[in-house]
Ligand binder design. Sequence first.
Ligand code: PMP
Length: 405
Amino acid sequence: MLNDQDAALRERAARVIPGGMWGHLNAAKLPAGYPQFFASAEGCRLTDVNGRTYIDFMCAWGPMVLGHRAPVVEAAAAKQAALGDAMNGPGPVLVDLAETLVGMVAHADWAQFQKNGTDATTVCVTVARAQTRRRKVLVARGAYHGAAPWCTPSLAGVTAEDRLHLIHYDWNDVASLRAAAAEAEGDLAAILVSAFRHDMSKPLELPTRAFAAEARALADAADAALILDDVRAGFRLNLAGSWEDYGVRPDLTAFSKAIANGYAMGAVTGGDKYREAATQVYSTGSFWCGAVAMAAALATLRELQRIDGPARMRAMGERLRAGLAAAAERQGIAISQSGPPQMPLMLFAEDPDFRKADTFCSAALEAGAYFHPRHNMFLSCAHAEADIDAALVAAEAGFKAVKAL
Ligand code: PMP
């Protein structure tokens, strides 16, 4: 492409940024044609640095729950920014936000705030260990809980000691959860669960009621904490917490991503039993009481409540799912769709190397829809029926490209 700004930026980045870009946002991990750099975003649309606009189904990998630059959030953030952001302590908005979260999240008696999901999951684990004075934490094999040494998926720079007290179980496998709890042998601090199984490149799997109930029962039997990592799913499925629909309440929940519609914010909520431990644990950061992000979070949560955001995203996700199924069928292509409609994943049958998924995504991108071939996608409240329908036209181009393989 003539005057390719994305390529020019990548070339400069490769010189001054290790690998050109860190982590999962490195576009080299995406199918051909995906841009690395974006110029702007509005509602459910993203514009890359070459001026191409796409209907966005990644929502910044979760945060944009009301849509990019949602006016109600931007107004609240601007109002707070005019008063102050990083000060020598929090603004009154800290208390408003904590009250709102405690009122919204079913199990919560208190809330603490951080900046990222990794902060929040790490605080949860530390609080659980402080309360129980025990060490072992059960985690699902393959689950993502953040980028700190105790949980990062890459072993580079990680010592065996960092992982020494993790015991793995298999998602939705009650017997393996029981075996993991037994292995902890009186040293169980916490059972860590995701809202649903959302491991990259695998079908998404909601928890069974039996699995959720067993996680609660095993934590209770050992007087250990049940920690819900709701970083990815929080505020999209159920504003009261993602396991409310399964009749199970955690002791501690980690939130981040969607809580402030793109502003950096993490949160931990807990029950009274963990209040004293949360008081004792030294958890803080230079930017953790930034008032602008808190004002953005308060506005985001109130707006999600006002418009019943989860129901709206569910309806749009169901429309997308039905449209994708119909389009695939028209082209005679076998697909599977999994996960909650608000956070869907579409995979192709007999696609071990993801060639079909990549081909689909590249062609759909070219036609104006930004999908992801392996990671769960995200709907936002800015997706309207017309946007879904326009994305389905792009998806049709994707299916045709797969058919032509
Ligand atoms: N837990 C889950 C379930 C996540 O999806 C993520 C982020 N993808 C994290 C924790 C870590 O969040 P962050 O990247 O904000 O540190």
